[in-house]
Every structure is written in structure tokens, then in C-alpha cells.
Design a protein around this ligand. Structure first.
Ligand SMILES: [Zn+2]
Length: 365
């Protein structure tokens, strides 16, 4: 089993690396082109924002075209070949188009905010980081309510006994929720998961129907207890703070580099639209650098959520059973290379999570 997982993840890693190289290549090519062949227009105000939008549309289209074959192989062909996906091609494509539309719109808004501020304020990077932080908070609040229904059909959980049990668990953990909903993941894939989404009156438990079909009630409770752990620990808030700090650092570096480039290439100041592809490339590069940091933070809070689940349910066998099923359904690599785990894993490896759970049992026995 683990051999199949290893082969699958090796191919996915190669494809991701290729995707990154191609994306960077397109952006670097465009940055070079604009550095030497700068458009004569010195845009400002609405013209500047329009120019930035046109540049982003062209860049986005170029990257989409160049990386489309890789996206097909990694997201569809390979996933199907390894039994992770059974969604019909047109549904898969529609999901991809929806995700790209959301991503594209958010990217456009982000760049318009950056250039709108960059053209007028010396401390644009500070103001932009503050506005982006507000954007992250807004997205964390509305994304589960707005975006989840775009990708899943949500129905209330019919199994009354299980529903009462899960609501009781949430109450025991001190988390008020309004209901338990089921998402039709089985129309796409076998992979299983659960989440606690929304805030206040919209806070609900969402279970993938794949989880309901394959896991025992004890195991479902264990998975949900982990999600409740995230909530009790304020992990959305903690995650937003880390993301905000990384954004501030990124924009600070971007400010320095844009000013240096403007001087080197004779741009009309750092807000010159000739810098758009370069800035996109820089954000991509800093994103790559920030990924291992974000993952280290993520593994740390995931470990805490596991500990919370074990303490709340007191059911180590159910936790281990859930991990075993998740590993099998999601074709997880149980013992990844340590360096790969440190750089790329948002969760500790399955084996590590199971070992920790068994140790906790040993400690309390
Ligand atoms: Zn988690």
C-alpha cells in the first residue's frame, strides 16, 4: 500500500515542481520583456489600475495555458489512475474553472489594492498589509458560507442518533453549533474529511459523506473532536496572525525590490506598471520561501488538535482507527522522507500521529 502512495506522491511532487518552474518562467519572461521594452505610457489614476488589470489578465491567461497540461495530469489523470478521483471530466473541469475564477478575482483585487496604494503612499506596504489582513479575516468568515456551496451539495445529517452524539460532543467541548451537514464528496472522490465552518449563527459541522460511509461513529467522533480542538484553540485566529505577519514581511521586501528595480530599469517610480510581472514573480518566490514556515506552524497546531481530540474522547483506538482509514482513503504516505515532511507537510505524517496517540495512552494507563 505504501509503495503505491510513495509512487503517487513522487509524481505529484515532480509535477508541482514543474508547474512552479513554468509559472516562474512565464512571469520572468514577461518581467524581462517589460524591463527592456517598457510601454511609453506613464499611467496614473484609473489608467494605471486599468493597465494593471490588463497585464494581470494576460499573465493569468499565459500561466493558465502553459500549466494546463500539468494540471490535467496531476489533478485528473494521475488522481484517477490511483483511484483517488472518479468525478467525470466535465465536473472536474467545472470545479477547476470555478476555483480559478475565485482565485483570479481575488488576485485582481489584491494587485489593484497594491498599485492603488503604491502610486500614492510611501508606506503603501504597511497600509496594504493592514488591508490584506482585513481581507483574510473577511474571507475566513464568509468563505465557508459562500464558497463551500459552490463545490458541494450540503444536506442536513439524517442519522438522528449520530447527529445528537456529535452535537453533544461539541457542547462538551464548549463550542455552540447550529447543526450537522453532509457534503457530497462521494460524487468526486473517496477522500474523507470533516470541518467546523462558519461563525456565530452559521457555525455548523460539515462531514464528507465518504466519512459517514466508511468510518464507525467512534471514529467520526474522533475526527470531529480534532476539528473542535482547532476551534477551542482559536486556530483560525492564530493562523490569521501568522498569515498577516508573513504578508507584512513580504510587502516590506517587495517595496525595497520595486524601488531598486525602478532605479535600475529607469521606470517611472515603483508604481510603474512595468513592475507587475516582477512583483508577481516576487510574491511567488516569497510564497515558496514562506511555505515551510507556514507548514511548521500548521503541524504544530495540528498536533495540539490531535491531543485535544484524544483528551476529549479518551478513545485512542478510535483515533488510531480513523487515522488508518484516512491514510488508506487519501493514499497518504505514512512515512515520508523527513526533509519532505519538514518542508511540505501541513500535518504530521500519519505514522507520527498514531505513535503520539499510542504514547498518550501509555502515559495515562
Ligand atoms: Zn486539523
Amino acid at each position: 500500500m505504501d509503495d503505491r502512495a510513495r509512487v503517487y506522491h513522487r509524481w505529484q511532487l515532480i509535477l508541482s515542481a514543474l508547474n512552479l518552474v513554468l509559472t516562474a518562467g512565464v512571469l520572468a519572461g514577461a518581467a524581462w520583456l517589460l524591463a527592456v521594452e517598457r510601454p511609453p505610457a506613464t499611467a496614473c489614476g484609473v489608467d494605471l489600475l486599468l493597465l494593471v488589470a490588463v497585464e494581470l489578465a494576460v499573465l493569468g491567461l499565459a500561466v493558465a495555458v502553459v500549466t494546463a497540461p500539468l494540471g490535467f495530469v496531476s489533478g485528473y489523470w494521475l488522481a484517477r489512475r490511483f483511484g483517488l478521483l472518479h468525478q467525470p471530466f466535465r465536473h472536474w473541469l467545472l470545479d477547476r474553472v470555478k476555483a480559478a475564477a475565485i482565485g483570479g478575482a481575488l488576485g485582481l483585487i489584491a494587485f489593484e489594492i497594491i498599485y492603488g496604494l503604491l502610486a500614492h503612499f510611501r508606506l503603501w506596504w504597511l497600509a496594504a498589509a493592514v488591508i490584506f489582513f482585513g481581507g483574510y479575516v473577511l474571507l475566513a468568515t464568509v468563505a465557508p458560507v459562500w464558497f463551500l456551496p459552490l463545490f458541494y451539495r450540503l444536506t442536513p445529517l439524517a442519522d438522528a442518533a449520530l447527529r445528537d452524539r456529535l452535537l453533544a460532543l461539541a457542547a462538551r467541548a464548549g463550542v455552540p453549533v447550529v447543526g450537522v451537514w453532509v457534503a457530497d464528496q462521494s460524487t468526486k472522490s473517496k477522500t474523507a474529511n470533516a470541518a467546523l465552518t462558519g461563525i456565530g449563527r452559521t457555525r455548523r459541522i460539515v462531514l464528507f459523506d465518504t466519512l459517514l460511509a466508511r468510518f464507525t461513529p467512534d471514529e467520526i467522533e474522533s475526527v470531529l473532536a480534532h476539528e473542535l480542538g482547532h476551534h477551542v484553540h482559536g486556530d483560525i485566529r492564530r493562523g490569521l496572525l501568522v498569515q498577516g505577519a508573513l504578508t507584512l514581511a513580504t510587502f516590506g521586501v517587495a517595496d525595497r525590490l520595486l524601488r531598486l528595480s525602478a532605479a535600475a530599469f529607469g521606470w517611472n517610480g515603483p508604481a510603474d506598471p512595468a513592475g507587475v510581472p516582477g512583483l508577481a514573480l516576487l510574491l511567488l518566490a516569497l510564497g515558496v520561501v514562506a511555505t515551510p514556515l507556514g507548514n511548521a506552524f500548521s503541524r504544530w497546531i495540528e498536533r495540539q488538535a490531535d491531543d485535544f481530540a484524544l483528551a476529549t474522547t479518551g478513545n485512542v483506538p478510535a483515533f488510531v482507527g480513523a487515522m488508518e482509514r484516512l491514510a488508506a482513503l487519501n493514499l497518504a504516505e505514512r512515512r515520508p522522507n523527513r526533509i519532505k515532511e519538514l518542508l511540505l507537510y501541513s500535518h504530521p505524517s500519519i505514522d507520527r500521529r498514531i505513535r503520539r496517540a499510542l504514547r498518550s495512552q501509555g502515559a495515562t494507563a
